[in-house]
Design a protein around this ligand. Sequence first.
Ligand code: ARG
Length: 374
Amino acid sequence: MTITTEQAAASESRPAAAGISGPVRSPDEFSPLREVVVGRARGAFIPSPRDISAWLALYSHLGAAQVAEIQGGALPAQVVADTEEDLETLVGTLRGLGVVVHRPAEVDHTRPFSTPHWESPSGMYSYCPRDLTLIVGDTIIETPSSVRARYHELDGLRELFQRYLRAGSPWISAPKPQLRDELYEIGVDGLPALGEQEPAFEAANVLRCGLDLFYQVSSSGNEFGRIWLESVLAPRGYRVHPVRDVYPFTHLDSTISLIRPGLVLLNPERVTEHTIPSALRGWDRIWCPAMRELRTHSTAHPLSSPWLGMNLLMVSPELAIVDAAQPDLIAALEQRGVGVLPHTLRHGQALGGGFHCVTLDTIRDAPSGVDYFA
Ligand code: ARG
């Protein structure tokens, strides 16, 4: 039997055969979840802050003397085992809800690599698939992280993204940053800061809401990165709203969480009445109750603050996966008619990732091109 080129192309791109249900389609943070990536802990390596890009990303609130004492290194076996178990529980819940779950391929992040400008003694991890890939509607965007150790982090997702590409998803990458020493500055306070020599940002600096995106300008995303993102998305009808002076450190998702159209969760230590992004001013607010710090501290220097407790994953506008250790937040959500599935990531704070960070929603049941702020 002979087959035509068209038939060959059609069968190659047949998504069902490839374990995906079609091209990516995830225009927001809350529409009903259909397909998601859940990270993994095995193979992780915490980069040494002797590299200034790691100091900036992981410990930018600590001075030179304090970071000099931090080694970095592979995670203790118990931390890996506990985390794999917690992630498996999350995967089980999501599958039970009918969500298709993908996992990154195993990557050994302990291996060194280099470019003409620097050497990195290791990679980092596949724990937070949220961090480096931005899904905007039907498009996969690889973002230009300022962290040298994260340069090859998406290796574990390549095969999956190739499958989505075959199913019809555009897959693009920002210009690969050079990450030369000049990109990193030491401020008058003695702390590292991100410069503006080239576009640099991580996907987790961004929240998506239909045609509107919120981009946090901070140590993990510069103004030049926002300009690049806007250059790609504005011609397609998107608006990129800068979020400035809210939180100077990494990522937006323990500062603002979009719960459903018209309802936003805000971090009261970081956001004020005056700094709520203007597009969100008309929405109902939940000011996040104080976090309860109940988790196992597996390191002296956790990679994130206790506010990781508000880093939640919306499974639909009516259902959230939330840190089980935060009963006040859970009650506040339930009061607004949001059901909660409490889950645990025992080492989430140590590893710098809650339920939003450890997931990457690739397909949500949502119409594209919705203007939630019309
Ligand atoms: N830097 C934030 C905090 O300490 C945590 C952000 C984590 N987000 C992520 N996508 N890894 O509160």
